[in-house]
Design a protein. Structure first.
Length: 126
């Protein structure tokens, strides 16, 4: 490292948040994909356990439109959502969350009622 490089390094170190770190500890080495020694290519089969987490086939980014099996009402709803602004979509999501919450409360009431009436007990055949 030349004297000029050391001066530049010291100036850069003063600007960085870790400027109090000793300059001799700073590494200027670039770790990128250009070095096969640093990052050897490995096949999927050579990494143990990778098949547990990665699918064997690459997933499609979007589903095939022919396989969606949408009804006319669903298609119309999609066209309506397409015309909404971002804020209107957020409002629709909030409405759906409120409906889901109310449905959860109603279901909890019905489950409690079922417990009190012993409807959900497991009846053992004799």
């Amino acid at each position: 490292m030349s004297c000029h490089d050391k001066v530049i390094l010291l100036n850069v170190c003063c600007l960085l948040p870790w400027a109090d770190m000793e300059p001799s500890l700073l590494s200027l080495e670039k770790l990128d994909r250009s070095s096969p020694d640093l990052w050897p290519e490995q096949s999927v089969s050579s990494v143990p356990g990778v098949y547990d987490f990665a699918p064997l086939l690459s997933p499609q980014l979007s589903p095939d439109p022919q396989n969606l099996d949408l009804e006319e009402q669903d298609i119309n709803l999609l066209y309506q959502f397409r015309l909404l602004t971002a804020l209107e979509i957020i409002e629709e999501v909030k409405k759906l969350q409120n409906v889901a919450y109310q449905l959860g409360l109603e279901e909890a009431k019905e489950m409690t009622r079922g417990k009190y009436l012993h409807i959900l007990n497991n009846k053992k055949p004799k």
